[in-house]
Design a protein around this ligand. Structure first.
Ligand code: GLA
Length: 383
């Protein structure tokens, strides 16, 4: 990303120059809504994200300029303030400061300017990128890098929980901090063990199609999590040692079916199905069987749409169009309720698919979807 504009605006606003830091957004090949159920996910960082310029100002004040916000783009708060700023975007930074301080980092004031090229509300985790870039930069500036990368990811997650009202899992922040060029990460969200998987499917391309339905995760996301927790609570009354759906199987779930609403039962069943799909995809990747990977992506999509109910007509339409076109795999990516589909497309079909999907989507919904080819990049860093 060209940082010249960021540099100029920072100098104009604050009269100095500072250091540049970057954290990426992410994709997720498979393993959706499994992270807060203690399951596996398969994310990778992308080459798009949030860049900041930042400089210590020697006071207790934090001054933030968000270049991409049209209004209310300048916010100040004191590190000792107890209530968060009104501007939603600034709450992420406020939360990260508080969470770092909770972990014993003694911060000083700073000036920062923020910009990004990861699309907002498209399911590519722009918010995790924002949290991670501040967690990484402030850790470097005020703690000599002492806070480890796991904790940086947890700081971002805790910011979502405590300051932004989203009870998310760890996947997005983990991918943003730990990303590695050319690799997906298989992360076990219960133990936080992880493994890098080089991902270079010869003859295939990963591409995102943005429905342009903006999503903001909040209550509806939290409700999905609550459904899973209710299923676990019911199972735990009869089976010792079940702490999350990771520990549960179909027999356990079926044994408590009568105690659950149909909605909660179907959501929990989706999670069990997805757990199996992630493992099948790992094997398929090891064997280079991308057609099987793609088949599992479709299964995930329809599970998310019909059982987990986090899709919308626009996303279902994009997936149906992919299916009609013979695309290898296609599904909602991320939390859902809008944002992008992730598509695994044979190179020979790529142009045909993109033109059919954009044309038919525009005709039906009156808006041209955006297309992003996925480039898997590195995680949080100083530039
Ligand atoms: C959002 C959350 C993640 C994860 C996904 C769904 O991106 O932030 O923790 O739950 O949704 O897989």
């Amino acid at each position: 990303m060209d940082t010249a504009i960021l540099r100029n605006r920072f100098r104009e606003q604050f009269g100095t120059s500072g250091d540049l830091y970057f954290s990426p957004g992410r994709i997720n090949l498979i393993g959706e809504h499994t992270d807060y159920n203690g399951g596996f996910v398969f994310p990778g960082a992308v080459d798009k994200g949030i860049t900041i310029e930042i400089y210590r100002n020697g006071s207790r004040k934090v001054c933030l300029l968000a270049l991409d916000e049209k209004e209310h783009n300048y916010v100040e708060f004191m590190l000792d303030d107890s209530s968060k700023p009104e501007e939603h975007w600034a709450c992420y930074v406020f939360g990260v400061c508080k969470e770092l301080e909770k972990r014993g980092v003694s911060l000083g004031g700073f000036n920062a300017a923020i910009t990004g090229d990861v699309p907002l509300g498209a399911g590519m985790s722009s918010s995790a990128a924002l949290e991670s870039v501040f967690a990484f930069a402030l850790n470097t500036m005020f703690a000599g890098g002492r806070v480890d990368k796991f904790e940086l990811a947890k700081i971002g997650q805790a910011t979502e929980h405590n300051y932004c009202g989203v009870n998310c899992g760890i996947m997005d922040q983990f991918a943003s901090v730990f990303g590695r060029e050319g690799c997906l990460i298989r992360l076990d969200c219960r133990s936080l063990e992880y493994e890098y998987f080089p991902f270079d499917p010869k003859g295939y391309t990963l591409v995102l199609i943005d429905s342009c339905v903006k999503h903001m995760l909040g209550n509806e996301y939290n409700e999905r999590r609550e459904s899973c927790e209710k299923a676990v609570a019911a199972i735990a009354t009869q089976w010792i040692g079940v702490e999350s759906l990771r520990d549960a199987d179909y027999a356990m779930l079926d044994s408590v079916k009568d105690l659950l609403t149909d909605t909660d039962y179907r959501r929990a069943k989706y999670v069990l199905d997805e757990k199996e799909r992630v493992l099948a995809v790992c094997d398929a990747l090891n064997e280079g069987n991308y057609e099987l990977v793609g088949q599992k992506m479709y299964e995930t999509h329809w599970g998310l749409s019909r059982d987990y109910t986090v899709s919308c007509p626009e996303l279902d339409f994009l997936v149906e169009t992919a299916q009609e076109c013979g695309v290898t795999g296609s599904r909602i990516m991320g939390g859902g309720f809008g944002g992008c589909t992730l598509n695994l497309v044979r190179d020979t079909l790529y142009d045909k698919f993109i033109s059919k999907a954009t044309r038919e989507y525009s005709l039906k919904f009156g808006i041209t979807p955006k297309v992003y080819r996925v480039v898997i990049g590195d995680g949080s860093r100083k530039l």
